[in-house]
Every structure is written in C-alpha cells, then in structure tokens.
Design a protein around this ligand. Structure first.
Ligand code: PEP
Length: 263
C-alpha cells in the first residue's frame, strides 16, 4: 500500500461545546447536508468528538445518517476496567457503549490537565487493548518552533508511545499533528511547513514501526474551508482534526469535501 491509498480522515473536536440543543441541531444539519452533497465513505472517514455525556446520544443520532460518522471520545482514563475511580471513564466502558475511537494527547490535555508521557502511554495501552482506535495528537509550542526544536519534539512524542503499541496495533493508530501555536488562534502552519513535518513524522513512523506508509497523519490547527483545499493537496496530509470550524456543519463538511476530492 502506498501513502496515496490512505483514506483521509476529517474529525471534529467539539471540545467543551456545545449545549445539548445546539449539538443536536449540529448533527441534524450534518445529516441534511450529507443528503444533499454525499461524501462517500471510501473517500473520507468522518468523525465527531462530543463531550463525554453526549457520546451515546450523538452516536444514536448519527446512526441514521446516510453514511458512517464515527463518534469519538475526547479522552479516556489511564485506569483500565471498572472500579472505584470517581469521575473516570475507562476504555472498556467506552467500548461497552460502542464508542470505538478516542483522542489521546491533545495539547489541551497535556498542558491544562497534566497528561504526562506516562499517563498518555497508559491511556493508549488501555484504549488499544480494549479495541479502540486512537487519534494520537502531537505538536510543538511556539517557543520550541522558534528554537528550531519542532521536529525533534514531535518525533520524540511519537517515540514516547512506541513501547506500548504492539506491532499489529499500529493499524488502529491515527496521528494528528497539531502545532500548539496554531490551535484556536486563526494561524495555520503553511501547507509547505505542515507537509514537511508530516513527511518527517512518516519517516519516523517507518523507522519505528514499519507501517509509516499506511498510517493516516492528520493536520490540526485552525483548519477552515478557506485553507483546507491547499492542505489537502499535500501528499502526506491525510485529513484534518478540526476544532472551531467543526461547530458549523457547513464548514466542517466543506473541509471533509476538500479531502474527499483528493481521492
Ligand atoms: C483542535 O483543538 O484540535 C483544533 C485543531 O482546534 P482549531 O481547529 O480550533 O484550531
């Protein structure tokens, strides 16, 4: 399989948004727009990541869409199984609710909720062992980029998890490269800079895993319809993790269409 055979992914990270009525309206609009302008599953994987208490409700609503739209958890516990862990949701409990996808390592979790490398490794190990697909987020800060350390930081973040991913589990890993300075700021990495980093990540993945040519590497950081077409033409950018623009059904699906058109 070559990189060009990777089906792109476009995943909306709703973060701590929206209220229930708006989430339902958003899904309704997505379903209506997908009826008017269908996007084939073979052209683009689609997913949305709502707040945890809305996961099963959104999943039920999406089950009547004209195509698969995955429901993605925004986080998972570092503790496996069940037990006396107040406030936690384990990978097994997500799987038990048929939630098959999870974000791990988003910079907001790393920075605001002290998700250390050891915690992220535990989360990824549990998620993979429970059968989930993990969208693992990596990315450098502005200071690291300005110090010329962007590549080293990102490759280290990939190496960090290698010890807990078994060979056959790499097919359930998707990487999302999200430069921290581009998240929610309106600043996007230029397609050239993003492509260069994605190519480095792929090379690193090939060295570590041997599956570099088959792993989808998404770009995240102020992706919108206006910049999606150019990002989508980059050979090593296999989709997008979208924050702000995913809260508008039309914008989100325009981004998905930009990636689907490359197939
Ligand atoms: C994100 O939080 O994953 C993200 C990419 O956000 P935004 O698109 O708003 O920059």
């Amino acid at each position: 399989m070559s990189v060009s055979a990777i089906i792109p992914w476009v995943v909306g990270n709703w973060k701590m948004n929206p209220v229930q009525a708006d989430a339902c309206a958003l899904v309704r609009s997505m379903k209506e727009l997908l009826e008017i302008a269908p996007i084939a599953e073979a052209q683009c994987h689609l997913g949305v990541a709502p707040i945890s208490i809305a996961l099963t409700q959104i999943q039920a609503q999406l089950s009547t869409a004209n195509r698969a739209v995955y429901t993605v958890a925004q986080d998972v516990s570092r503790i496996p199984g069940t037990g006396a862990y107040t406030g936690e949701v384990s990978a097994e409990l997500l799987a038990d609710s048929n939630i098959g996808y999870v974000l791990v390592g988003h910079s907001e979790r790393r920075e605001l909720f002290a998700d250390t490398v050891e915690i992220l490794k535990a989360k990824i190990k549990n998620a993979l062992n429970a059968g989930l697909t993990v969208i693992y987020c990596v990315g450098e800060s502005l200071e690291q980029r300005e110090a010329g350390q962007a590549e080293a930081v990102v490759l280290q973040q990939i190496c960090d998890i290698a010890a807990v991913v078994e060979a056959e589990q790499w097919k359930r890993i998707v990487i999302a490269y999200e430069p921290i300075w581009a998240i929610g700021t309106g600043k996007t990495a230029s397609p050239q800079d993003a492509q260069a980093m994605h190519a480095q990540i792929r090379q690193g993945l090939s060295q570590i895993t041997g599956y570099g040519e088959t792993i989808a590497i998404l770009y995240g950081g102020s992706v919108k319809p206006e910049n999606a077409v150019e990002l989508a033409t980059c050979p090593d950018i296999n989709g997008a993790l979208v924050g702000g623009a995913s809260l508008n059904a039309e914008s989100f699906l325009q981004i998905a269409q930009a990636f689907a058109n490359t197939q």
